[in-house]
Ligand binder design. Structure first.
Ligand SMILES: Cc1cc2nc3c(=O)[nH]c(=O)nc-3n(C[C@H](O)[C@H](O)[C@H](O)COP(=O)(O)O)c2cc1C
Length: 172
């Protein structure tokens, strides 16, 4: 599948099956994340991979909204403001920007593998840090619940609710 087709057909899938995700697939997803560009190539991020029942239950408990179930794997991604590039003009710290690029690479590799996920930003980062103390100090911006899409899974309404190109793109 060419890149534009992949980018256009990917959607947030909130109905997965319990079919396991293989170690090879997890490896490929992680490789895509590690290949992401970051400011000054500082790579100020960490990816946590949750596959044990205990870890998955803990992650689920840090989400208020009903968590996507079943889900064989969850990735948690955080940017590290301590090692991220800081722009000297205005002091802007690029940790979240860099983490978002890594997250986008993961998202698209997951789709390319025929797997499905949703970027979940609605979770409690403080609770997650209590449950996984090594996450302290990271800016946690995404959880990805990953698995095979259910047969009857389909995009939500928001997938096609798009603003006009006229509003989003300006050419000089
Ligand atoms: C930064 C970010 C945070 C998001 N957080 C959530 C979330 O907490 N829960 C959820 O169901 N979807 C979440 N989404 C998914 C978006 O709602 C979804 O990408 C958007 O509606 C477009 O739909 P599509 O991904 O199917 O194209 C998030 C997406 C992004 C990029």
């Amino acid at each position: 599948m060419d890149f534009l087709t992949l980018a256009k057909t990917r959607y947030s899938c909130r109905k997965l099956t319990d079919r396991p995700v293989s170690e090879e697939q997890i490896h490929a997803i992680l490789q895509a994340g590690l290949a992401a560009p970051t400011a000054c190539n500082n790579q100020p991020f960490k990816i946590w991979v949750m596959t044990s029942e205990e870890a998955l239950a803990k992650v689920k408990s840090a989400c208020k909204q009903p968590f996507i179930q079943p889900c064989p794997v969850v990735f948690v991604i955080g940017g590290d403001p301590k090692t991220a590039w800081v722009r000297d003009y205005d002091g802007k710290n690029f940790a979240d920007v860099d983490a978002s690029i890594v997250e986008t690479h993961l998202l698209l590799e997951i789709a390319d593998l025929g797997l499905a996920t949703t970027w979940i930003g609605h979770f409690d980062p403080e609770k997650l840090c209590e449950l996984f103390p090594d996450m302290n100090g990271y800016s946690l911006t995404a959880l990805f619940a990953v698995g095979y899409p259910a047969e009857d899974a389909s995009p939500a309404m928001a997938h096609t609710r798009c603003r006009s190109e006229y509003e989003l793109i300006k050419r000089y």
